[in-house]
Structures are given as C-alpha cells and as structure tokens.
Design a protein around this ligand. Structure first.
Ligand code: DC
Length: 233
C-alpha cells in the first residue's frame, strides 16, 4: 500500500547547472521506483538539431518550428540509464558536447520552443510517478508536484563538478572555460523573459556546495519518507 502511494508522487527538481540535481534526480527516481525525466536534455536535442541544420540560434521562428517538428523520446537502456532519441536517433552523447553547452541557453529562451517542449513534458508527467529535473519544473511544468526541491551550490563548486564530469569522459576542457560557460548560462537562464530559472514559492531549498551526492540523496529521501509534502497529496 505504502509502495503504491510512493509510486504516484511527482518530484520537481530545479536548480542551476552543476547544482547536482540531475545526478540526484536520477538516483532518487531509481531508488523510489519513479521515472526520471531530464528536461534539459530535450532543450539540448533541439539545439543539436539546429546546429546540424545551420539554423541561427537567434532565429526564433525557425527554432520554434524545429521544436514542433522534432520527435523526442526517452528510452531506458539495459543498464537502467535513460537515453534521448531525437527523430529516432540516440543523441545522448552528442547533446553533452561543448557547442551544445554553449548554445542551449539561447534556444531555451525561445517562447515557441518552450511551448512545444512543455506539452511533451506535461504529457510525460500527467500520470505522476516522475522525478523531473530542469529550471521551471516546480513553477510551470509540474506546479502541483507533491515535492519541489531547489538545489544550488557555489558557482566555483558547480564548475568543478562539470569539469570532473567532462574529464572523466576524456574531454579536455579548462576549468576557466567551464566557469565562463556556467556563468553565462546562469545569466541567460535567470534573466530570460519566459519561465526563467526561479524556485517555486513552495520549493525546499538545499545548498549542496559542501555535500556529497550520497548525502544529498539521503537528505531528500528522508524528507520524502517523512511524508509531509509541500503540496497536498
Ligand atoms: O540541465 P541542463 O544543463 O542540461 O540544461 C540545459 C539548458 O536548458 C540550460 O541552459 C537551461 C535550459 N533548461 C530550461 O530552460 N528549462 C528546463 N526545464 C531545463 C533546461
């Protein structure tokens, strides 16, 4: 009975790049038997397609059309990881490349792109049972989520985390380059007109600067386990 109840809840996980939310959201989803949805990956997919087609990242009309015409699907791999398929092609690796990192905030600031992706995200979340991570999940995509977390960390720590991640994948990027990229994205994501990065009024804030992943996961699981939600169940 308790298990069935846990399966229906939705968790919104928002915060800036490198706050740890994706890793934490993925872990929480696996441990609570919920579906993990990485909405940032969807914005990255549209950015990748625009770059491949030579569409200007300032051409809002073309980007909007692209987002409406593109099929985006998450599929679970045998190892349990979620891969993004764009028009049937697995683009999970390529959406993490530096050109996409550099351009994605511009694409995510376009209203028509957000409207198209919001529709897909809300369909995925309609039946509950999801952990969704992004920038506007608690405020716009799942405003009625039972749990809303807003994760932050200092910009230096966030840059260090991204740097370690990329280094582990064999990519040779300087910490300074990543810090610059993160600050620029923070700036665009927080100041854009449409659905900027903002904590929901009822979100639970957590500064993860001094915390390891395990610690954050345990902290959130404990909160959720306590059963007191910030929206009514
Ligand atoms: O979480 P991420 O770094 O993969 O996100 C990529 C970009 O997409 C980031 O610049 C912010 C944007 N984004 C957004 O605007 N809204 C979301 N729900 C998720 C991501």
């Amino acid at each position: 009975m308790a298990n069935r109840r846990v399966k229906k809840i939705s968790i919104a996980m928002d915060g800036p790049a490198g706050s740890g939310k994706s890793t934490v959201a993925r872990r929480i989803a696996a441990e609570l038997g919920l579906l993990y949805i990485d909405t940032g990956a969807m914005y990255r997919g549209i950015t990748l397609k625009a770059l491949r087609q030579g569409i200007s990242l300032y051409d809002e009309t073309a980007l909007g059309r692209l987002a409406r015409e593109t099929s985006l699907e998450f599929k679970e791999m045998p190892d349990g990881s979620q891969h993004l398929f764009m028009d049937g092609e697995d683009v999970s690796e390529e959406i993490r490349s530096m050109p996409v990192n550099d351009g994605v905030s511009l694409v995510a600031a376009v209203k028509e792109v957000r409207t198209a992706l919001l529709e897909i995200q809300q369909k995925l979340g309609a039946r509950g049972g999801v952990v969704m991570d992004g920038r506007d999940i608690g405020t716009v995509v799942l405003p009625r989520a039972e749990w809303k977390f807003f994760l932050t960390a200092s910009s230096l720590e966030r840059a260090r985390r991204r740097w370690r991640e990329l280094k582990a994948k064999g990519l040779n990027v300087s910490l300074a380059e990543i810090e610059a990229n993160i600050s620029r994205r923070d700036e665009i994501d927080s100041n854009r007109k449409v659905n900027p990065l903002r904590p929901a009024a009822d979100a639970i804030h957590l500064d993860t600067t001094e915390m390891g992943i395990e610690e954050v996961v345990d902290w959130i699981k404990k909160k959720v386990g306590e059963g007191k939600t910030n929206a009514s169940l």
